[in-house]
Design a protein around this ligand. Structure first.
Ligand SMILES: *Cc1c(COP(=O)(O)O)cnc(C)c1O
Length: 351
């Protein structure tokens, strides 16, 4: 009889919040739909695609569009089936048997998961009580433990905290191993190292179209690094990892810079409103929760009874996320934000 190995025996498939919710603020997606003219272009694309052919393995058109959008050379860009896939590619390629990788506590859970599948040794680096990174301590631990790959998100999911460009510079120069800087939320902040990637021979930056760009359904992410590193990423990834539809639709999207920037402004405004609403509730109900200062499309609350608040919101048809003792709330439309704030106040009131 075939027996699953011990490594995967107890794993369970990723279980996003399913079911009927009137408000979905759980996955940090964009609440905006693409405009008519983009949809029209996508319909044309559908008719132009040679469906019998494999996709372009270099994903040139969409990497060019990405490079132009962020003003970096497209040759230093690799595309992935979401940045999730690129995380897996980096773990499989840049770690050897017995190597050590490091993550920060608290951070995006997929990092540790990939390291686990890779059977790599895992070092967890603590953060400060206010969820900021202790840069000196991180450097010290990484080098002492011979960490080959350090991966973290900035701004951080789930805490929303952003570290400055200067801190990142010091960290990357300080550690001996590879630094994977996941900037999934950096469109919402202004501390990106994307323009400076050439300065580091041990840095790979990840970006995604799933959050600020609003295309979680397309599955499109990017890695950016210096020549030697990006060559290795391209060599390790599977050749046809990004399907032709996604490549073409993603290129058409990123070529509409103005549209993307306008959408970003709308999301930022919503995030600001959500934060203001939560912070007003924080004053009205003192000592019930702390709104962590951050720069993302979601708000992170540190809250003793966060789990109960999560369950209450769920009972009201509002999906948010409760993870690592944080209540994480994605910003939504004006109506969605209002419904969330009203339901949350109802919860604060009844306890
Ligand atoms: C959402 C998210 C991703 C995954 O993005 P995809 O491109 O959709 O795979 C990666 N990193 C962080 C920190 C995220 O929050």
């Amino acid at each position: 009889m075939y027996c699953l190995n011990q490594k995967i025996r107890d794993l369970t498939p990723y279980d996003p919040i399913a079911g009927e919710y009137k408000v979905r603020l759980d996955a940090n997606e964009s609440f905006l739909q693409p405009p008519e003219d983009l949809i029209a272009r996508w319909k044309d694309i559908l008719e132009e695609i040679p469906f019998n052919r494999y996709p372009d393995p270099t994903a040139e058109e969409v990497c060019r569009a990405f490079g132009e959008y962020y003003n970096i050379p497209w040759e230093n860009v690799a595309a992935g089936n979401g940045s999730d896939e690129l995380i897996t590619v980096l773990f499989t390629g840049f770690l050897e048997k017995g190597d050590t990788f490091a993550t920060m506590e608290t951070d995006f859970s997929m990092y540790a998961f990939n390291g686990f599948l890779q059977e790599a040794r895992h070092v967890v680096i603590p953060k400060n009580p206010d969820y900021t990174m202790d840069i000196d301590r991180t450097i010290e631990i990484c080098n002492k433990e011979n960490v080959k790959l350090l991966i973290f998100s900035n701004p951080c999911n789930p805490s929303s905290v952003v570290q400055t460009r200067e801190e990142m510079d010091r960290l990357i120069r300080g550690v001996n191993g590879l630094v994977v800087l996941d900037e999934a939320y950096m469109d919402f902040s202004n501390q990106s190292l994307l323009q400076d990637f050439e300065n580091y021979d041990n840095l790979i930056i990840l970006r995604t179209c799933s959050k600020a760009i609003g295309m979680a359904s397309l599955r499109l992410g990017f890695a950016v690094a210096r020549d030697e590193l990006i060559r290795a990423v391209k060599a390790v990834k599977s050749p046809y990892n990004v399907n032709t539809l996604t490549q073409k639709m993603g290129a058409a999207l990123l070529q509409r810079k103005e549209m993307c920037r306008n959408a970003l402004a709308v999301i930022l405004e919503s995030a600001k409103e959500l934060r203001q609403g939560l912070s007003a509730l924080g004053e009205k109900y003192p000592n019930r929760f702390t709104l962590i200062p951050g720069e993302t499309n979601f708000a992170a609350l540190s809250m003793e009874d966060g789990k109960e608040a999560f369950a209450f919101l769920e009972s009201q048809g509002i999906a948010v996320r409760y993870t690592s003792n944080l209540l994480r709330i994605t910003c939504g439309t004006k109506d969605e934000n209002t419904m969330l704030l009203e339901a949350f106040e109802k919860y604060l009131n009844q306890r």
